[in-house]
Ligand binder design. Structure first.
Ligand SMILES: Nc1ncnc2c1ncn2[C@@H]1O[C@H](COP(=O)(O)OP(=O)(O)OP(=O)(O)O)[C@@H](O)[C@H]1O
Ligand SMILES: [Mg+2]
Length: 180
């Protein structure tokens, strides 16, 4: 399905706005213009955005109220793809955590399952895209971004057919992930 990237991002942010308000977080959004179409499952992309923004909220929760800011953006990076990113002014990513962010079932949160970033990466890579997380260069907070290929921009778009059978319907593959 062709996805209106900006519409989808705006829709997920609308759902999270109430939560941002109750956590006293300023949530803003900078949507790029004339984003070309991407091919991605909207539910999967929503999950990625939802997790990224929720992670940003969580990272801000220990910070002083006036510093709690989360910004979500989209843009077209010519020759690379369509980017969705979220940046926060939260705790940042501790050096010892950095290598484990995308590992399955890795979480520093009492109630965290630790699958949000792992699933995000699995989904994005199934569409031929990339994902990364890093601390912000001004040393306050962290950012997470994904880049998805633009429909028709390259032959690699053949990869847009999700190779989603890494985890079989019967649960095969899951145990490998658990012990990884
Ligand atoms: N914006 C961020 N700032 C600081 N640390 C982060 C940020 N985003 C993720 N992390 C760290 O990465 C870990 C893994 O994130 P991930 O989304 O995979 O799992 P989770 O949020 O803990 O649980 P869930 O499965 O419910 O998403 C988090 O527990 C947290 O330690
Ligand atoms: Mg998460």
């Amino acid at each position: 399905m062709r996805t209106g990237f900006n519409e989808l991002v705006a829709g997920v942010l609308r759902l999270l706005r109430q939560q941002a308000e109750s956590r006293r977080i300023s949530l803003s959004c900078g949507l790029g213009e004339e984003l070309p179409p991407i091919l991605v499952d909207p539910v999967e992309l929503s999950q990625i955005i939802h997790n990224g923004v929720r992670n940003a909220f969580d990272a801000c929760s220990e910070c002083p109220q006036e510093r709690r800011m989360v910004t979500a953006t989209t843009r077209h990076i010519v020759g690379e793809g369509a980017e969705w990113g979220v940046s926060d002014t939260g705790s940042g990513i501790a050096p010892e955590v950095m290598d484990w962010l995308f590992a399955p079932f890795f979480s520093t949160k009492p109630e965290g399952l630790g699958m949000g970033l792992r699933l995000s990466r699995t989904i994005v890579e199934a569409y031929g895209g990339t994902s990364e997380a890093c601390n912000n260069s001004d040393r306050i907070g962290a950012s997470f971004r994904v880049i998805l290929p633009i429909l028709g921009e390259s032959d690699e778009n053949q990869a847009l057919i999700p190779k989603y059978n890494a985890i079989g319907g019967d649960g095969s593959g899951l145990s490998e992930h658990r012990t990884a």
